[in-house]
Unconditional design. Structure first.
Length: 128
């Protein structure tokens, strides 16, 4: 059995459907990948922050789903901070047409793509 690649997905609460699309497409493609995320964003709760940090550090890579709402979410900001501290490969994926300025400053220089399953799949197979 192939070793599972663990991917941390972060997204604004309103973008949960795109998280579901990534997970379902990977499942349909029978990819050896496991996803971790923090669906209930509670950055004011210390236990939530600790859990987010732990999940990020347990993962091999991360996908940040970018929309107009991404910069507004305090939970997303905390998750991005955890991803950066974990020093894992990151792919930003735009879930809608929006300006490059929608990418949080903490992800400056990180590769960002329009929604494109073949590129997402390639990242999931070889996160680097």
């Amino acid at each position: 059995m192939a070793q599972l690649t663990r991917i941390f997905i972060t997204y604004a609460d309103e973008d949960y459907k795109f998280r579901d699309m990534v997970v379902n497409q990977a499942k349909t493609a029978k990819m050896a990948v496991e996803f971790a995320d923090m669906p209930a964003k509670q950055p004011w709760v210390p236990r939530w922050k600790a859990a987010a940090r732990s999940r990020a550090f347990e993962c091999d890579a991360a996908i940040v789903l970018i929309s107009r709402k991404t910069k507004q979410g305090e939970g997303v900001k905390w998750e991005i901070q955890c991803i950066n501290e974990a020093q894992i490969p990151v792919l930003c994926v735009f879930t809608e047409k929006c300006e490059r300025s929608a990418v949080p400053d903490e992800l400056y220089g990180v590769r960002a793509i329009e929604w494109n399953w073949p590129e997402i799949q390639t990242f999931l197979q070889t996160p680097s």
